[in-house]
Structures are given as C-alpha cells and as structure tokens.
Design a protein around this ligand. Structure first.
Ligand code: AP5
Length: 212
C-alpha cells in the first residue's frame, strides 16, 4: 500500500505515520527527516538544504526529487510506503506521477493555522530515535527524556514562532495546490486533524483497514 500524508506543518503527519507504519508494516519516507539527517551528517545535500530549512522555505525541487528517487529504490519500499512531507509542490506531485507512482490513499489532515503555532513550539523530538512528543498534548513519562530509547528530547530549529508562521505561509502558497491535483485523481481522504491524537489515528486506521 502506498500512502501520502498531506497537511500543514504540525498537522500530525509524522505522529500518525509512526503508528500506521508500525501497524501496517510500511516504511516511512519522511523527506524532512532525511534532510535533517543529511544536515547532521554534513553531506553535500545537507549543506545545500540547511539554509532553506532554517528559514522555513522549501528545498529546491531538483534536490528533493533526486533524494526521493534514490530512497524509493531501496528494497524496503518494494511492498509500499508512507510518504510524509513529499510531494510538497505541484512539480513534485507531477514528478511522482511521471515515475509511474499512483498512491492508494492521499491522507489529508486539516488543522487550523491558529492551533499550529502552539503545537510546534511545544513539540519535542528525540535526538536519538526521532520519536515526537508535545509538552502538553503528548508528554513523555519523564520530562526531557524519550520513552522509547531514553534519548534526550530537543526543540527543532525551525519550530520558533516566526519560522512556523513562515512555514504556514509557504504551505498555503506552494503545497495546498497539490490537494486539488490528487482530488482530480479521486484519491484524497480528508480528516479533521484537530481532535485527540488517538482519535485521529483511529479514524485513519479505520479507512486503511477497511472498517470506516
Ligand atoms: P518536515 O519535517 O516535513 O516538516 P513539516 O511538514 O513542517 O511538518 P512537521 O514535521 O513540522 O509536522 P507534522 O505534520 O509531521 O507534525 P507532528 O506529527 O510532528 O519539513 C521540514 C523542512 O524540510 C521544510 O520546511 C522544508 O524546508 C524541508 N522539506 C521537507 N520536505 C520537503 C519537500 N518535499 N520539498 C521541499 N522541502 C522539503 O506533530 C506536531 C506536534 O503536534 C507534535 O508535538 C505532536 O505531538 C503534536 N500533535 C500531533 N497531533 C496532535 C493532535 N491531534 N492533538 C494535539 N497535539 C498533536
């Protein structure tokens, strides 16, 4: 099964993708995560991407498409995957189609901008395994420590209020149009992403497991 998550920054794409990945045995191809790993490792891609990411801007399509094309060739993608954060522009969506890839479901998480800033400024991410928490909505058992691996929880560099507002503006201008692209293909399923985390996850699984 091939799934695409779309939705604004902080909509919960990564949070729900992690549960669905576990339940359905699908790898997550998170372009933001791959880019952050590249920045950390100091690769050529990471060096090119860093400035855009820190400013809340999108990384140029050619860099992203080369990266995704490479990742999708890996053996773990043979039976499907979850795309989280890709495609993010109309040219990226068209490139996916040109690669001969049609997703089974495009999962659209709808969350109002007014909720997003609080979500992202309160987000904490494990620097070791990448597990995501929220200081109020999804706190770890012990403050600052990952429940999964005991790693240290950190704040993402692009989760400051000013950068979140820039990311939201970029989302509305450059990413929202891909929803209409996939709607024309009859693939979009929209969910209210502002409910409780487990309720939203259950609604998504309801669709994917055919009980909805
Ligand atoms: P990326 O890492 O993809 O960031 P994003 O799209 O901005 O998404 P987020 O990871 O911020 O949000 P999310 O929806 O996954 O939310 P989460 O589940 O963590 O991209 C980062 C950057 O990389 C981009 O700005 C760009 O520069 C670059 N990039 C990446 N892909 C690219 C591409 N294809 N093209 C060009 N550039 C690209 O949840 C957020 C918080 O809310 C958490 O704390 C969580 O616990 C909490 N939460 C989640 N759901 C709920 C709920 N229902 N109720 C209460 N709290 C909740």
């Amino acid at each position: 099964m091939k799934l695409i998550f779309i939705g604004p920054p902080g909509a919960g794409k990564g949070t729900h993708a992690a549960v669905i990945s576990e339940k359905l045995g699908l790898p997550i191809i998170g372009t933001g995560n791959i880019l952050r790993e590249s920045v950390k490792a100091g690769t050529e891609l990471g060096q090119k991407a860093k400035g855009y990411m820190d400013a809340g801007q999108l990384v140029p399509d050619d860099l992203i498409l080369a990266m995704v094309d490479e990742r999708l060739k890996a053996p773990d993608c043979a039976n499907g995957y979850i795309l989280d954060g890709f495609p993010r522009t109309l040219p990226q969506a068209e490139a996916l189609t040109a690669m001969g890839i049609t997703p089974d479901y495009v999962l659209d998480l709808e969350v109002d901008d007014s909720i997003i800033v609080g979500r992202l400024t309160g987000r904490r991410v494990c620097e070791n395994c990448g597990a995501t928490y929220h200081v109020v909505n999804l706190p770890p058992k012990q403050e600052g420590v990952c429940d999964v691996c005991g790693g240290k929880l950190t704040v993402r560099k692009d989760d400051t209020e000013a950068t979140v507002r820039e990311r939201l503006s970029v989302y509305h201008q450059q990413t929202e149009p891909i929803k209409a692209y996939f709607e024309n293909m009859g693939l979009v399923h929209s969910f209210d992403g502002s409910g409780k985390v487990n309720e939203v996850t259950q609604a998504l699984l309801g669709l994917l497991e055919g009980t909805r």
